[in-house]
Design a protein around this ligand. Structure first.
Ligand SMILES: NC(=O)c1ccc[n+]([C@@H]2O[C@H](COP(=O)([O-])OP(=O)(O)OC[C@H]3O[C@@H](n4cnc5c(N)ncnc54)[C@H](O)[C@@H]3O)[C@@H](O)[C@H]2O)c1
Length: 435
């Protein structure tokens, strides 16, 4: 038994983040109830079947935790809240196409928790939310008849990403914690110290803890935006941006990221909106501009393709274009704000014949995103790399050069071995390097 005794935790949301967290708690001997609205997910989990397959080690952990009876799953959130001492909210927090924040799942889970909340319980939000959101849950949770103080409230952001969640949860970074009072912090920090070897950082308020995670995302988006802007400048001046970034980054105050086709996923392109849409007096110019620039990069990739085809005396209209990668990043089957989507749509609007390939996708995905699956390079006039899947880093250009109609590659992720491609007669255009 762990030092937290017979503590029971309910984790609401058994997706890419919630399931790894619930599984790690159970691994460390805590009794865990995983709550999800998806009946199929819950049924599979109760049979020891993991649905987040891109997470190394998670399948083994899920089946082990079900076997040891440390983990069960349910769709009945009220009974889970009634049974549990600590409730963790880890459901999606999204934005619509105009950046409007959608927090409905967080509010609806809070309503459910209020129906089972008891004196001495603690509610922890781990989902990333606009600063101030956790405290907005107080009136909902107080529908239980309890006042804040009779139950504890905390924010402890999930600082991880799909593919490395188990490693990160167990101690890649310290756990940030903000609580409503010291007593709550003592319990919550004990909980996370049990599973996280890097320990905890106590923030002076819940809102400050929420801000940490949001700012981490904003920093990345703005840094990528800056790198993209400098890459565009390098293109204009016929300089290789990557060469410059690499040299500049040897100085400790310089941290240029890799420029590319855009910023995707549920996190980095979303969190800047949590700042932009909650600013009343400040105009967050840099944050907005970076967002706009990063979204613009997909269009730039199409422009680079037109430029490359023109050089080779071809026109985009009627050309066969192969887009390599539908997912927003390598190794993860997630399409949210993937650069491939606007790129494919724009190529179609210019009359190109658009094909695509992605090792993680099935036929329905290619149709859904308005392209045709192609598993070879026959007759292709332009190859565009949009995801950094491992297999795209090692393309056999000698073989490919014999299949394509036109030898053009537009590398939107800066992963192609340029010398190998050029040796085989390809014109290679990279974001930030047109030479
Ligand atoms: N995916 C990441 O890499 C990542 C990293 C850090 C933080 N986050 C944050 O973690 C949170 C969760 O993201 P995710 O990637 O795990 O999402 P996800 O879409 O993978 O999973 C969410 C799960 O919640 C379930 N759900 C939805 N509404 C529910 C409800 N009302 N009650 C119970 N379950 C419900 C869904 O069925 C789904 O299984 C978000 O705030 C996200 O921003 C995600």
């Amino acid at each position: 038994m762990n030092e937290l005794g017979n503590l029971k935790i309910a984790v609401f949301g058994q997706g890419k983040m919630g399931l790894p967290l619930a599984s790690v708690f159970a691994e460390y001997g805590i009794n865990v109830i995983g709550v999800d609205i998806n009946q199929m997910v819950v049924d599979n989990l109760n049979n020891g079947i993991n649905h987040i397959t891109e997470e190394p080690g998670l399948s083994e952990l899920v089946s082990k935790n079900v076997e040891t009876k440390k983990y069960t799953a349910t769709t009945d959130g009220v009974s889970a809240a009634t049974d549990a001492d600590i409730m963790v909210i880890l459901v999606p927090t999204l934005i619509d196409d105009r950046g409007n924040i959608k927090l409905d799942p967080v509010y609806s889970v809070s309503e459910i928790i209020s129906k089972g909340l008891k004196k001495g319980n603690i509610v922890i939000t781990e989902a990333t939310m606009p600063p101030g959101t956790t405290e907005k849950l107080i009136p909902i949770l107080e529908k239980s008849g309890l006042k804040l103080g009779e139950f504890g409230l905390a924010h402890a952001p999930e600082r991880t990403m799909t593919g490395t969640a188990l490693r990160d949860i167990k101690g890649q970074y310290p756990k940030i914690i903000g609580c409503n009072d010291e007593n709550t912090y003592q319990i919550v920090s004990k909980l996370y110290n049990l599973i996280n070897k890097k320990g905890t950082i106590q923030m002076s308020s819940i809102k400050a803890a929420e801000t940490v995670k949001v700012f981490e995302g904003v920093y990345r988006d703005v840094n990528i935006g800056l790198s993209n802007e400098m890459a565009l400048w390098c293109e204009e001046h016929e300089i290789n941006a990557l060469e410059v970034f690499e040299a500049a980054n040897t100085q400790p105050f310089c941290h240029f990221h890799t420029p590319g086709a855009g910023v995707g996923g549920h996190c980095i392109p979303v969190y800047p909106w949590f700042v932009i849409n909650t600013s009343n007096e400040v105009n967050p110019r840099i944050t907005k501009t970076a967002r706009e620039l990063n979204d613009y990069m997909a269009h730039h990739i199409v422009e680079l393709t037109i430029k490359g085809l023109n050089e080779l005396k071809k026109c985009l209209n009627g050309s066969n274009v192969l887009v390599l990668g539908l997912t927003f990043r390598g190794g993860v089957k997630e399409f949210m704000k993937s650069a491939a989507i606007p790129i494919i749509n724009e190529l179609n609007s210019f009359g190109a014949n658009v094909y695509s390939y992605d090792p993680l996708c099935d036929e329905s995905d290619f149709e859904r995103f308005n392209s045709k699956l192609k598993t070879d390079f026959n007759g292709i006039d332009a190859i565009i790399v949009t995801s950094d899947h491992e297999e795209f880093k090692y393309l056999d250009f000698e073989k490919i050069s014999k299949e394509v109609s036109t030898k053009l590659i537009v590398d939107g992720r800066n992963i192609i071995n340029i010398s190998n491609a050029t040796e085989n007669g390809f014109r290679v255009i990279k974001v930030g390097n047109l030479k």
